[in-house]
Design a protein around this ligand. Sequence first.
Ligand code: ADP
Length: 295
Amino acid sequence: RLLVLGNAGIDLVCPVPHLPRAGETLVADGQARAPGGKGLNQAVVAARAGATVHFTAPVGRDEAAAELGTALAAEPFAALSLLPQDAPTDLSLLMVARDAENCILTLGAAADALSVREAEAVTAELGPQDMLLLQGNLSFEATEAAMRAALARGAQVMLNTAPLRWDMVPLLPLCALVVANAGEAEALTGRRAAAAAEALHQAGAVCAVVTLGAGGCASAGVEGQLHYPAQAVEAVDTTGAGDTFCGMLAALLLAGQPLPAATKGAQRAAALTVSRPGAFAALPSAAELRVLLPG
Ligand code: ADP
């Protein structure tokens, strides 16, 4: 089983003529609402890939939380726990300019409000066959508490370092697997690409993967250092690439794939997301992911 503990919110995606300048009032070309959040996206991809996924996320006590509940009921989760907090449901405003540059503002009060007690409690069902997948949206305290509780139950911990809001280095020794993008890896280690993966591994993660956009990814760990080229694809919108990569990687590892094969499958899934616009709307379908699964 895979327990994804992370954020869930509403994305308000607005095409704009250009990104706003300081002091400017900008009129959007349109608007679209969709479910969003790194935790949500990664959980959705893993579930669509056939993993037995329990997704737990803090939300508010508002209409947006109900909207999320309805949207997520359509996803193949084994279990879904939206935990009401005394804060509004998280909201992200995504501005996408005509040249495809974007600018994102995230309100994460519900994610921040999840308590250490709640974070520990969600791990109660975990056992040695299970994995806990987290990102950087929850507080450091809640994230660390969930990791330690999961380890105490014999489960493995996978951490995606996005977004990087607090120091994640102290958590690396708790991780069987850490996935960082190029910017996060450099901020955490002062190194780049393969050297950054090796530094994350040396800092305590059993295995580290650094994603490099169109450059693929580099890993370091027990198998030594490896590089995986990305799928050649025409990039339309890279939003959600990292989330697709993480969700698919977790699903393939739980399906028993060794890390190199799982990494290749995760890159193929991420290439699908990159080839179309949007974040949630661009995530691969269950049918698309099924063909990437082992025999
Ligand atoms: P993030 O979205 O977190 O910044 P990356 O941009 O590194 O992460 O992308 C994650 C993975 O998605 C990469 O390792 C790669 O496999 C795939 N990917 C991203 N951009 C492209 C691209 N332009 N072409 C092909 N694959 C891509």
